[in-house]
Design a protein around this ligand. Structure first.
Ligand SMILES: Cc1cc2nc3c(=O)[nH]c(=O)nc-3n(C[C@H](O)[C@H](O)[C@H](O)COP(=O)(O)O)c2cc1C
Length: 305
């Protein structure tokens, strides 16, 4: 009998994943998804982004299906950090897996407010910073300008004792620059990447389909782009990379891991199949076993060698 492969691993000190699969922020509610299975089975729980104050999000329509993709202009609705701490966080702490709280903000001060408030709470393993907030409070594109990203991160780093995962925007000319500046400014881990900006037009109404005009494209349509970016970032920095974008099965996840990702996130695919993350965990284990690999680490970046 061949020994079962080891799925767990430590991404950075203090952040141990049971397996390399976790939900992408915003596609699994605050952490309990569609309640299709026990979230303790996941590599980690990633909450939807928590903002400093309650936010309603964008005007409808907010979702539009495209060939092999989904455009969303949800606009990060949030209950705000105070309500999150009171109502949502206690329930999430009961799961036996790492809890990653996604934080959204329009300015560095917003991130500092949320993280400052969460630092006193136990049971959080790391923060994932979502710089793709749509309304840009002070008009500064923190998510797409390397210098502004670094400026924001240096300020946020000072208040965060826990590991900081910086989720990069793919809507840039060279994601390697963003990755390098984020790492220099204090990022411990990078998530690559968020949605690609897109739009659709209703030719009968002769108007943009989404209430917000632009939305973020996700799903299988973006997988080759996200994979290319993971490859680039994993080659540009020496900190762990989490790959995300269009993953719908174990083979997709394995591609991201072989490109250099230490773990993956699954987003849009959860809507079509609430069990997909468990299937991916199982599929990765089967691949390792069938191919004689002892642990996930053995195949990280394998396609680069
Ligand atoms: C409906 C929806 C809501 C999302 N909300 C968030 C969010 O709150 N914070 C965030 O960082 N990313 C958010 N995302 C982006 C996803 O986390 C992920 O980066 C993106 O969808 C690409 O992965 P996928 O192709 O597997 O969906 C959202 C995506 C969708 C489809």
């Amino acid at each position: 009998m061949v020994k079962k492969p080891e799925l767990s691993g430590e991404l950075v000190p203090g952040l141990i994943l049971k397996n390399p699969v976790m939900p992408a922020s915003g596609t699994y509610d605050y952490g309990e998804g569609a309640n299709a299975f026990d979230p303790s089975l996941l590599g980690a729980i990633v909450t939807k982004s928590v903002a400093a104050s309650p936010r309603a999000g964008n005007a409808p329509p907010r979702l539009y299906e495209t060939p092999c993709g989904l455009l969303n202009a949800v606009g990060i609705p949030s209950e705000g950090v105070d309500a999150f701490k009171r109502h949502t966080l206690p329930g999430l702490k009961k799961y036996d897996t790492a809890l990653i709280v996604s934080v959204a903000g329009e300015t560095p001060a917003d991130f500092i407010k949320v993280i400052g408030s969460l630092e006193e709470e136990e049971g959080i393993a790391a923060y994932e910073l979502n710089f793709s907030c749509p309304n840009l409070g002070d008009g500064m594109p923190y998510g797409t300008d390397p210098e502004l990203l670094a400026l924001a991160l240096k300020k946020i780093r000072k208040v965060a004792a826990r590991p900081l995962i910086v989720k990069l925007s793919p809507n840039v000319a060279d994601i390697r620059l963003m990755a390098r500046r984020a790492r220099e400014a204090g990022a411990d881990i990078l998530t690559v990447a968020n949605t690609l900006t897109g739009m659709a037009i209703d030719i009968r109404k002769r108007k943009p389909v989404l209430g917000n005009i632009f939305g973020g494209l996700s799903g299988p349509a973006i997988k080759p782009i996200a994979l290319r970016m993971v490859w680039e970032v994993a080659g540009a920095v020496d900190i762990p990379v989490i790959g995300v974008g269009g993953i719908t099965n174990a083979a997709d996840a394995l591609e991201f891991i072989m490109a250099g990702a230490r773990a993956v996130q699954v987003g849009t695919a959860n809507f079509a199949n609430p069990m997909v993350m468990l299937e991916i965990i199982e599929g990765i284990a089967d691949y390792l076993q069938e191919n004689g690999f002892a642990k996930v680490e053995d195949i990280v970046g394998l396609a680069r060698k």
